[in-house]
Design a protein around this ligand. Structure first.
Ligand code: AHR
Length: 842
């Protein structure tokens, strides 16, 4: 309420003020139709988004398989090693490996204790497993139990089991024993107080071979840190496996379904599609480690799961079938992403290439599509779908071939797969993982979408509201992953506002940007594998970050089509390039530098020896008069000593010796080489030269013209960079290539559209500054403007974040504004995203 009053006060105060700049809206100038599918969701098992997140299973490590090595990897001395194979992008073996603590992993989620009893619990590989896919089980050796004593096997869930007073929970577990003849008690426990919250007893007299035990437990109180205890009151050796506890109240009551509160957060986003299963996990750290959708089907007890390259084992409880069912339940289209025959190139990057192997890859795609769409009478995968309770087809509409795969090898793979499938499945839209400006697209004929991704800082997103204005219109674009996640805490308001500005640009260009999804979607508060995630979850609660509300506002106020609005001007004057250091480097490229000298504005020339540099990133060595960068580092950097200026000429010679692209020259660098500018010579797959700001170690937008340029291997280039406070000019072999000018990106954005269903003009404004933003609006082409309309505002302080304590500190508030007219004034709150809905007759 306080905020609403404040907002009205601003607006009233404003009417009395001097004339301000006008933003002109012209209803007569219709822009592009906005894609009805523009806003969707991206799901990946990362940060326990599924297990311990959306998937309602309450038991962690239910099958005792957590410690199992990633498929295809081998264990040695505390590490798991990927197969010795060529990386598809870097064309050499990367010896990829990860630390692997077997013993620690085994007990994930579990503890074993005796109360007046002696018991040893050990996760073992059994000779006669419960199921061949899941060979491990917990073996309890109960040696001694005094009167009234018990051995207890406890699961602590995903950092606590969320129990709700009066709710029912379905328990299912398996035991096997030749000699245990006692009672087994399953108990819900408040882990913080030890209080029992409900129990069920099982008589073990008949147990011999693997026996399934089930019960419904009713929670007698609520607990955030609940536990499930299995108690044994006699001695004996007993195997326990597949312990599962599900709330009965899942989303839509689905068995093996989703957490209702978490799923509701997605419903409230009104998504038009959902992408599954990722993300990098589609590729796998190794090819064998990829997501194999067929292994995600059937009784969850039989699903082997797989080590997830985000660092834990995925149960695949929420598998392909559950994903498709969820899409149907939310009335959204399904987007399935499948491995393209190659693993993640920043990990092992091994791949298949023979026709036989590639045919198997193609068949895997075919089977997945058939599982979702085919006639059960004609196809065995569709028959399986029907047997799993869904004879009718599922809403599968999009299939992405790989994830974030790049380079010529991907071109070959995509062409192979796409060309075999496109005619067979004309109803499917196929998606290519390359970015929309990737020159390799020229080698891939066809009618498919492309999928660029951006994870950057706020400046990038503010600066790139116009990114798609001149994007090629050759392929429809699906911006499959984007998020402002650099220097914004766990995702503050500033991040959300910069995304709002970026989204406006996508909406304006919706003739080509047809679909978008923010990523990643979820994090369990106890596990963050990625800096910023849209929705935060713990055992009992869930909240959306400010970015969540930006997504929701965009989806709820998607216009039918855009209409013309004049560009708001920016006030911020350009600041000169900072006085800072100089650096040399490259992007996934090996190169050599020599004859490095700097002439400062007083005419003094300093020559540098290769040994004088300070290596920051990459592998650098000195060979005679050469400074050599030998690694595949994406953005290597070595700094020259003590050049602190913004007025000099840098001269050097550079030669590429291997790798993907060309050279990097840095200027205006801070002491740690994390902020400044990078002149990217032969960047973007060795096709383009341009200058990029670097913030917090990441290269962001582009502040110079992009110029086509290719760097040859084994050829020396003369490079000269002339830096002045207001311009940095690059010359290669004496020819001027590009000029960068310092610019302050605007933080004010306005985007307008028309909703045909409600006859409303929708005005969206981002004010990303700490000052109020006053503007006058004129609406041309309107017969009538209704004075009263809704204003929806998300605002706060730049650094504000929602938390479990204050889950809606940042959330949109709706007010009524009564002064809309063909001309009206409005003052937008500092740090705000505002949407106005104005009824107009045309
Ligand atoms: O969203 C997190 C990761 O970012 C995805 O797995 C991957 O596709 C991207 O690099």
């Amino acid at each position: 309420m306080k905020r609403q009053i404040l907002l009205l006060t601003w607006c009233m105060a404003f009417t009395a003020m001097a004339q301000v700049e006008t933003i002109r809206i012209d209803l007569g100038q219709k822009g592009t139709v906005v894609s009805p599918n523009l806003y969707g969701i991206f799901f990946e098992e990362i940060s326990h988004a599924g297990d311990g997140g959306l998937y309602a299973e309450l038991i962690q490590n239910r099958g005792f398989e957590e410690h199992v090595l990633p498929s295809g990897m081998t264990y040695k001395d505390g590490k798991a090693y990927a197969p010795d194979a060529m990386n598809y992008e870097h064309r050499r073996n990367r010896n990829w490996n990860i630390p692997w603590n077997l013993e620690e992993k085994k007990m994930t989620g579990w503890k074993v204790a005796g109360e007046k009893a002696i018991v040893k619990g050990e996760v073992i590989e059994t000779m006669t497993p419960l199921h061949k896919n899941t060979p491990h089980a917990m073996q309890l050796n109960i040696k001694k139990v005094q009167k009234g004593g018990k051995a207890i096997l406890t699961n602590t869930g995903y950092w606590g089991i969320g129990l709700k007073n009066g709710e029912k929970y379905d328990l299912r577990f398996y035991v096997k024993s030749a000699n245990y003849k006692g009672t087994i008690t399953a108990r819900l426990v408040n882990g913080e107080t030890g209080e029992s919250l409900g129990s069920a007893n099982f008589n073990s007299q008949k147990i011999k071979d693997w026996t399934e035990l089930t019960a419904t437990l009713k929670a007698e109180d609520s607990a955030n840190k609940g536990e499930l205890a299995l108690e044994f009151d006699k001695t004996g050796t007993i195997l326990v496996d597949y312990v599962s506890l599900f709330p009965q109240a899942t989303f839509k009551g689905r068995k093996n379904g989703q957490r209702a509160d978490v799923a509701q957060m997605l419903v409230d986003l009104h998504p038009k599609f959902m992408r599954w299963p990722g993300g990098c996990i589609v590729e796998g750290a190794t090819y064998e480690n990829r997501v194999k959708w067929k292994e995600t089907l059937g009784d969850p007890m039989t699903r082997r799961g797989e080590w997830d390259l985000w660092g834990y084992r995925a149960t695949w409880g929420m598998g392909y079938h559950e994903f498709l069912q969820f899409c149907e339940d939310l009335q959204m289209d399904a987007m399935f992403v499948n491995n393209a025959g190659m693993s993640c190139s920043v990990r092992n990057g091994d791949f298949v290439s023979s026709n036989e192997d590639m045919d198997a890859v193609v068949q895997d795609f075919r089977d997945a599509i058939d599982y979702a769409l085919a006639d059960p009478a004609k196809n065995k995968w569709a028959k399986m779908r029907a047997e799993s309770g869904h004879p009718k087809p599922f809403p599968l509409k999009y299939v992405e071939i790989g994830n974030e795969n790049v380079g010529p090898e991907y071109v070959t793979h995509f062409n192979y797969i796409y060309n075999k499938l496109k005619a067979e499945y004309p109803q499917i839209t196929f998606i290519n993982t390359l970015g929309h400006t990737d020159p390799l697209l020229a080698q891939i004929p066809g009618n498919y979408m492309v999928d660029p991704h951006w994870y950057r800082d706020p400046n990038f997103f503010f600066a790139n509201n116009h990114l798609f204005d001149d994007a090629p219109r050759t392929h429809d674009i699906y911006v499959g992953e984007y998020a402002c996640n650099g220097g914004v805490g766990a995702g503050n308001l500033l991040a959300a506002l910069s995304e709002a500005a970026f989204i406006m640009g996508m909406e304006r260009n919706s003739d080509v940007v047809k679909m978008t999804s923010y990523a990643p979607l979820f994090e369990n508060e106890n596990r963050r594998d990625w800096p910023c995630n849209l929705i935060h979850i713990n055992s009992s609660e869930v909240y959306g970050r400010a970015s969540y509300y930006v997504q929701q506002m965009a989806a709820e106020h998607r216009p039918t089509y855009n209409i013309y609005v004049s560009e708001p001007t920016t006030a911020a004057p350009a600041q000169p390039f900072a006085t800072g250091g100089i650096g040399l480097g490259s992007y996934a490229t090996q190169c050599e530098y020599k004859d490095i000298s700097v002439i400062t504005s007083d005419g003094k020339e300093t020559r540098y020896q290769p040994s004088q540099i300070t290596a920051q990133r990459g592998q650098w060595k000195v060979e005679g008069d050469l400074l050599c960068q030998t690694s595949d580092e994406r953005v290597s950097l070595a700094m020259l000593p003590a050049v602190k200026s913004n007025n000099y000429t840098l001269n050097l010679k550079a030669r590429k010796t291997g790798g993907m692209e060309g050279f990097f020259i840095f200027y205006s660098l801070d002491d740690r080489g994390r902020n400044g500018y990078g002149v990217n010579i032969g960047g973007w797959n060795n096709n383009t030269t341009a200058v990029q700001p670097m913030r917090n170690g990441r290269l962001t937008d582009v502040v110079s013209p992009r110029v086509p340029q290719r760097i040859e291997t084994d050829k020396w280039y003369d490079v000269r960079l002339v830096v002045t406070p207001m311009a940095a000019t690059l010359y290669v072999d004496g020819k001027e290539i590009t000029v960068a000018k310092p610019a302050e990106p605007t933080r004010h954005f306005c985007q307008t559209g028309y909703d045909e269903q409600t006859s409303e003009l929708i005005i969206k404004v981002v004010n990303g500054t700490n000052q109020p933003y006053r503007r006058s609006f004129t609406i041309d082409g309107a017969k009538n403007v209704m004075p009263t309309g809704k204003v929806i505002t998300l605002n706060g302080d730049a650094n504000d974040e929602n938390t479990f304590e204050q889950p809606t500190k940042l959330a949109p508030r709706t007010t009524l504004y009564g002064k809309f007219d063909k001309q009206f004034d409005y003052e937008f709150a500092p740090m705000s995203f505002t949407i106005m809905r104005v009824k107009v007759t045309k």
